[in-house]
Design a protein around this ligand. Structure first.
Ligand code: MG
Length: 247
């Protein structure tokens, strides 16, 4: 990824949005959690696979990487629709999601994504508002953000699965994040690792930066509509000052 690549992507985005690329400065970064900040997707996919196996439902571990961003309820409804032809009630979904969350919690604590802390420090240093926008309601992960990334995510600037009626790929999570951060779509930079999250960000009107941090190939993130796709969070952190502008 070069400075030119970034300038071209920003130029195209600004043309679509009808704004001057020389004036474009994101005021808020809306940031996904799993697979973007913490290296949790391996454990999430293992927990989902364990649950689907126990329910006697055919599912591959890989497919759960592609459902990332959906709420737990939406993933459970998808599994039931496919295997049994009906959708369980919200209460049943929540019970099954609690089981999946307990399997996740039994697994060893995962690390943070390399480069994530540096990326956040750059945003803080530049005065860019940080809003967390996650499809998760996994409290063990939400609780650890303050330890892993001190001061990065004010508690009143967090959108979780509990705050939305429709999860990613619907734009609602990112639109609610913008409302919390007091910014418009064109003032927003989304940072994501999953195709459904990228779709959600695009549909909200934000500039979407995607990072590959797991087995999902970069092409899947481009096809989902990402304005830029980085090979790692370290690479995004290196180039973030160019995206933020004024450099
Ligand atoms: Mg993610």
């Amino acid at each position: 990824m070069t400075r030119d690549d970034i300038e071209i992507a920003v130029g195209e985005y600004c043309r679509r949005m009808g704004t001057d690329p020389r004036e474009w400065r994101p005021k808020a970064a809306l940031i996904d959690m799993d697979g973007t900040l913490i290296d949790s997707m391996r454990n999430h996919t293992a927990a989902w696979k364990r649950l689907s196996d126990e329910l006697g439902m055919e599912a591959s571990r890989e497919e759960f990487y592609l459902y990332e961003g959906m709420t737990g309820r939406a993933t459970i409804r998808l599994l039931y629709r496919r295997a049994r032809g009906y959708e369980p009630s919200d209460a049943e979904c929540d019970e099954l999601y609690a089981r999946k969350a307990s399997y996740f919690n039994e697994m060893p604590r995962v690390g943070v994504i390399p480069g994530a802390a540096r990326m956040l420090r750059l945003l803080i240093g530049r005065g860019v508002t940080r809003v967390l926008v996650t499809g998760s309601r996994q409290l063990s992960n939400l609780d650890r953000l303050d330890d892993d990334f001190p001061g990065a995510f004010p508690h009143d600037l967090r959108i979780t699965a509990a705050d939305v009626s429709q999860g990613k790929p619907h734009p609602e999570p990112y639109l609610k994040g913008m409302a919390l951060g007091g910014v418009s779509p064109v003032e927003s930079l989304v940072i994501e690792n999953a195709p459904l999250g990228v779709e959600s960000g695009k549909a909200s009107g934000a500039f979407v930066t995607a990072v590959t941090t797991g087995p999902v190939p970069p092409e899947a993130l481009s096809e989902a509509g990402a304005d830029l796709v980085f090979g790692s969070m370290e690479e995004l952190a290196d180039m973030l000052p160019v995206i933020l502008g004024g450099e």
